[in-house]
Design a protein around this ligand. Structure first.
Ligand code: DGY
Length: 320
């Protein structure tokens, strides 16, 4: 008999194929609320649950998961949607999918950065409207990205992959992290122990820290004001890190030259004031959205589930 699995959302087709080979899973590919998921876990007597970061599993939802479920695996590196302490308290194994999305997330950060410096959103809109009127040499000018100073908040795997790419653009790299990295991981990046002290020194800030008590709202009116006039702001981490009213003020007043944003406080109902600003390049939380990476994430989540159902710890445990 195959183990029984519930999947809470539409996932990559190749991963669905593997699920049908290995699991008894009533997969419909629809987005389920936590209440629908819990009902399905009971109805299907599921052994495992595969979720995504779109729905929050707080203490109440974790408590409602039936005992026959041995693991809650999230198809994400981010874990801020899961009450990990509640999982641990009731002995429910939990896992995420680190590593496999590092490269694609870093690629998207660079995509946002280039588009923010070079007015990508405006140029694209002009072309889609037919162009037709030529621009003088002094019009529609962006800012040069190569050779500038990049500040990275969070120098984990993704932060370091962004730094590696930025070095190709001849950028100087400063970073702030909970602790300084060994020299071989810094690879020339300069540690700044005080995050606020880093902000006036950089031309672009890219966020790569997880959402949590120490990072929630870390970018606010005060910290945006510390950034250089004309700086660029990039977020592929989590919307919770940013006071969005403060960011809108910084963009509307042109204190910041531009922003590139993949994540928002509310998703998918993001604040439409961002869409009205020409100096913002926007993507709908898609940093990991390539066939290669979404497959790798799904397979890693299934490997975590298989380990636990075989009586082993998860490969990527969220608690020990
Ligand atoms: C992640 O894996 O955390 C991505 O942001 C998708 O949720």
């Amino acid at each position: 008999m195959k183990p029984r699995l519930i999947v809470s959302r539409q996932i990559a087709p190749d991963v669905v194929t593997r699920i049908h080979q290995e699991y008894d899973c009533p997969y419909e590919g629809k987005e389920m609320s936590a209440a629908e998921v819990i009902a399905a876990l009971h109805a299907h007597k599921a052994d495992a649950l595969l979720i995504t970061s779109h729905v929050r599993y707080g203490a109440a939802e974790i408590a409602a998961i039936p005992d026959h479920v041995k693991i809650l695996a999230t198809y994400s590196v981010g874990t801020d949607h899961i009450d990990i302490a509640a999982c641990k308290a009731r002995g429910l194994q939990a896992s995420n999918t680190p590593n496999v999305l590092t490269e694609c997330t870093a690629d998207l950060a660079l995509l946002l950065m280039l588009n923010a410096f070079r007015r990508g959103a405006e140029y694209e809109a002009i072309m889609r409207k037919g162009w037709r009127v030529g621009y003088g040499m002094g019009e529609m000018m962006g800012r040069r990205m190569s050779g500038k100073t990049l500040g990275i908040l969070g120098m984990g795997r993704i932060g370091r992959a962004v730094a590696q790419r930025a070095r190709g653009f001849g950028m100087r790299i400063l970073y702030h992290n909970a602790r300084r990295l060994p020299a071989e991981l810094e690879a020339g990046a300069e540690y700044v122990a005080d995050f606020r002290a880093m902000l006036p020194q950089i031309d672009v800030l890219s966020l790569h820290a997880p959402a949590g008590p120490s990072t929630t709202g870390i970018m606010n009116a005060e910290t945006f004001a510390l950034m250089k006039p004309g700086a660029v702001f990039i977020n592929t981490a989590r919307g919770a890190l940013v006071d969005e009213d403060a960011l809108l003020d910084a963009l509307q007043s042109n204190h910041l030259f531009a922003a590139g944003l993949d994540v928002f406080k509310s998703e998918p109902e993001f604040d439409l004031r961002f869409a009205a600003l020409p100096n913002v390049f926007l993507t709908p939380h898609m940093a990991s959205a390539t066939v290669e990476t979404r497959n790798a994430m799904g397979y890693r989540a299934l490997d975590n589930i298989a380990a636990v159902l075989a009586g082993r710890p998860p490969l990527d445990p969220l608690w020990t």
